[in-house]
Write a protein that binds this ligand. Structure first.
Ligand code: ZN
Length: 153
């Protein structure tokens, strides 16, 4: 299966070079099945991915923000993100590995000030350790594995 077997989209976002098997996690984290039309190609041949197999996700009518793209780099290292407008790639988003994530993630600690006072902006510190990537809430200091983050849409 090659890239062009996955139908082209007119407007939206293409997330490419996803390590094979990670696409399900991305679909879940960005709530794609509930809110958007998207296409997934799974197990496509790729020289750029270590395992030789990649996944690709095409989301219709949604442009990922820079912050969301940065989160992707933590979840699926090596991904590329392209914004499509009128069938053309109009922007290859430059991915930056974030040190902190502002106001995009929900803290699921019910006692956290950000849960009690919804006006408080959330801030998470990115911690990279040998056992994985973790996000630590700046306010209550609770740590989450990156795979369990909840995005505030
Ligand atoms: Zn918290």
């Amino acid at each position: 299966m090659k890239d062009d077997k996955v139908k082209a989209i007119i407007n939206g976002t293409v997330i490419d070079h996803i390590p094979h098997g990670k696409s399900e996690l991305l679909v879940k984290i960005f709530y794609l099945s509930a809110n958007y039309t998207y296409l997934v190609g799974s197990g496509l041949k790729s020289d750029k991915v270590l395992s030789g197999k990649k996944d690709i996700i095409k989301i219709e009518d949604r442009e990922l923000s820079q912050e969301e793209t940065n989160i992707l780099s933590l979840l699926a290292p090596g991904v590329t993100v392209s914004i499509i407008r009128d069938k053309e790639v109009c922007d290859k988003v430059k991915i930056q590995l974030p040190k902190t994530i502002l106001n995009l993630i929900i803290c699921n600690n019910s006692k956290c000030i950000t849960s009690i006072d919804k006006e408080t902006e959330t801030e998470f510190i990115v911690i990279q350790r040998q056992d994985g990537v973790f996000l630590q809430c700046k306010y209550c200091e609770k740590e989450y594995p990156i795979e369990e983050l909840q995005i505030n849409l």
